[in-house]
Design a binder for this molecule. Structure first.
Ligand SMILES: [Zn+2]
Length: 240
């Protein structure tokens, strides 16, 4: 197994999939082993974030420190330490709100996209390159009706996980902000109604279903901007 393939399958393995080739690779490759350990630590740290608004100043601090594309082990450790600080401060400030596992997952997955070594696995040459790239990497065909425009340029895509299943992550920009749109099979997930809009840990989220697919939009842009993008993707289409 090549390092490239190893990195692609690490998240899968950490979610419980049996990937014997990966275990063999990690025995012999220190770089991948360190990467996997750092990612596992980040998973744990993200899982501990309480479901309350993260102070905006700290969030910006995290983002600016670990935005660089090349993530070193040191920057990962700084990120994990910062997340631990946020956990402590937020837990001290207020009790955790009632949890919605869908929203928690959406925000965690968005953070994974932001903190990833390569946030976008395929750089966009437009939707016609992004969509076929997913073929063979997912067990469903992601439907993305919006190709991006000047207001919301499409940056690219990557494979992600949403709870127990694979998801397509489409990454859009809104000025300097990143918006991740996860597309996944909707069946068997703990939906609360047909759609929901919520704010969690300083991020805005919109979740909705369309046919067999579920969509989760997450970003630190304001709710109106997120709403504009969601509408372009097919959310709450108004009767004509
Ligand atoms: Zn390797």
């Amino acid at each position: 197994m090549k390092c490239e393939d190893a990195r692609e399958r690490m998240l899968e393995a950490r979610r419980g999939a049996d990937v014997p080739e990966l275990a063999a690779h990690l025995e012999t490759c220190e770089a991948c082993r360190l990467e996997n350990e750092a990612d596992a630590a980040l998973d744990v740290a993200l899982g501990k974030l309480p479901r309350a608004d993260t102070p905006a100043s700290l969030r910006r601090d995290i983002e600016t420190r670990i935005r660089p594309r090349r993530r070193s082990r040191a920057s990962m450790l700084v990120a994990i330490a910062l997340i631990a600080v946020i956990v402590a401060i937020v837990a001290w400030r207020r009790p955790a709100a009632a949890s919605d596992p869908m929203i928690t997952e959406a925000v965690n997955d968005h953070l994974r996209v932001l903190y990833a070594d390569k946030p976008v696995e395929i750089a966009s040459g437009g939707i016609h390159q992004v969509k076929p790239w997913f073929a063979g990497r997912l067990d469903f065909a992601p439907v993305m009706p919006f190709a991006g425009d000047d207001d919301f340029p499409l940056e690219g895509g990557s494979v992600a996980y949403f709870l127990d299943r694979k998801a397509a992550a489409f990454v859009f920009k809104r000025r300097l902000h990143t918006i991740t749109v996860f597309v996944f099979r909707a069946e068997g997930l703990p939906w609360r109604g047909l759609s929901s809009e919520a704010s969690s840990r300083g991020f805005n989220t919109i979740l909705f279903r369309s046919g067999d697919l579920g969509y989760a939009l997450v970003s630190d842009v304001d709710q109106n901007d997120l709403h504009m993008l969601a509408t372009r993707i097919g959310y709450a289409a108004r009767p004509r």
